[in-house]
Write a protein that binds this ligand. Structure first.
Ligand code: PGU
Length: 461
């Protein structure tokens, strides 16, 4: 049947099927309504039966966000949360960037007269695709100031609910309008990826990425798996600072991946959750994406401002779809609106206004890059300190991966039992795959973590 745009036909069939099911349901329930009036009256005195939800089983906590819940319950004064990827200061406190505070102040004082678009002091609805200026500036941040793709209007960018929302909207769009429904995700990857894409309607498969033996990239395995993926399959790529491994391909390896993917007609879907966090430079961290856009081919990019602007709870992000022609991009955008409207109607205004305020102003943009670099540098310092602390303790094993890995996380190589031991005995909280958020560490807490790792490795090897 239809491929690409034609698959809209399939969707109309599916939609009308859904509508007639709904109509049948409404008919049936209105008949039941009249029959049940008497019964309902007799029940008005109260309801004492079992809950209709009595069969609902308790779901396990999320493997990442659940770590914070367990941490919050622990009364120990030495407890340490290295689970969630969220930046903390040297004092272990969450950080709101100065530039973000300044932007908020401007918004509150309504000093954004030059902003021709809605700002967060006005609490109106945004359009379905979000704040236009935010979208334009986000695309420039990702693809570069003078990206030919943007200049030729080949890119559509829509504001979404942070990185997760952007991935989900992109996934739903592909499930409806792209001929291949299989997405290949790296093994391992961020734990939410398989859930997001499965629920979006795609079928999820994995490609080899990490080699535990070398604690590096399994480049050969990666190329083999992508080479044998069906033509046209979607491939999820971490734009930089791969989560959880901290292992990224080199620029030369990216180039080989690009060539292979283009020759096999595989569709790149970049997840960019850490732009600026890997190297400290926004441009350097966008290089892999820009390499794929420069060849004129098509791709998707999900962007998050959670980490690089510290806007975690504001839920600010964007989905860009790079198309090969302007008219395609415009039709794609019209369909993205149909994905978004029934899901959450339109995105929140405040966070996007903060981002637009910062990105549009040269001084504020520069101030942001300085603060971003400081965060990235502090993480790199923590890597060195932890590595030195383990060396000083003579902890068995080669820990050089701590300083080689990139971004927010170290994939320590500690196993489930060792992690459980560290939580129980040292009140150190981390995901069970042995990932630690370096951003949650400080000079004061490094010795405690090094003691815990040393004990775990020597007692439970
Ligand atoms: N993609 C990757 C690769 C991520 O690591 C994360 C966040 C996201 C997308 C989603 O970020 P948004 O907050 O939706 O923009 N991962 C962090 C944060 C906690 C979580 O799991 O959501 C983490 O600790 O892995």
């Amino acid at each position: 049947m239809g491929h690409g745009v034609e698959s809209f036909g399939d969707n109309s069939v599916a939609a009308s099927r859904r509508l007639s099911t709904l109509a049948r349901h409404l008919e049936a329930s209105s008949m039941a309504e009249s029959e049940n009036v008497g019964l309902r009256r007799s029940l008005t005195s109260g309801f004492d039966g079992d809950s209709v939800f009595a069969h609902v089983v308790k779901a396990p906590e999320d493997p990442i966000l659940g770590v914070t819940i367990a941490y919050n319950k622990d009364p120990s004064p030495v407890k340490l949360n290295l689970g969630v990827g969220a930046y903390r200061t040297e004092e272990g406190k969450p950080l709101v960037l100065n530039v973000v505070r300044r932007a908020e102040q401007l918004l509150i004082n309504d000093r954004q007269a030059k902003l021709s678009v809605l700002v967060s002091r006005v609490k109106e609805y945004l359009p379905i695709v979000g704040l236009a200026e935010f979208n334009k500036l986000s695309a420039k941040l990702m693809f570069g100031e003078d990206s030919p793709a943007i200049r030729k209007n080949r890119v559509t960018t829509v504001q979404c609910l942070s990185g997760t929302g952007s991935l989900r909207v992109g996934g739903e769009f592909l499930a409806r309008h792209y001929h291949q429904k299989t997405i290949y995700i790296p093994q391992p990857t961020w734990g939410n990826h398989p859930k997001v894409f499965t629920l979006a309607g795609l079928s999820v498969k994995t490609y080899r990425y990490y080699d535990p033996a070398t604690r590096g990239l399994n480049f050969k395995g990666l190329l083999e798996d992508l080479d044998s993926a069906p033509s046209g399959a979607i491939v999820l790529l971490h734009a930089c600072a791969h989560n959880p491994t901290g292992v990224d391909p080199t620029p030369e390896q990216w180039e080989k991946i690009r060539q292979l993917m283009r020759s096999r007609k595989l569709m790149p879907f970049f997840d960019s959750a850490y732009q600026g966090f890997a190297s400290g430079s926004l441009d350097v961290d966008a290089q892999a994406v820009r390499m794929f856009v420069a060849d004129g081919g098509e791709c998707l990019v999900a962007q998050s401002y959670a980490k690089n602007m510290g806007l975690y709870g504001e839920r600010v992000g964007a989905l860009s779809i790079v198309c090969n022609a302007a008219d395609v991009a415009s039709r794609v955008e019209s369909q993205l609106k149909l994905v978004i409207r029934p899901m959450y109607s339109n995105p929140p205004i405040h966070g996007a206004s903060i981002v637009a305020t910062i990105l549009r102003d040269k001084n504020m943009f520069n101030e942001w890059t300085v603060e971003l670099k400081a965060m990235a540098d502090r993480i790199i310092t923590m890597r060195q300190k932890l590595f030195d602390a383990l060396r000083a303790r003579g902890t068995p094993g080669d820990w050089s991966h701590i300083i080689k890995q990139i971004g927010m996380f170290t994939f320590t190589g500690l196993n489930k039992e060792q992690v459980a031991f560290m939580t129980k005995e040292y009140h150190i909280y981390m995901t069970s795959d042995g990932r630690i958020s370096m951003a949650g560490l400080s000079s004061k807490t490094v010795p405690h973590l090094a003691d815990a790792i040393h004990a775990a490795v020597t007692r439970l090897s």
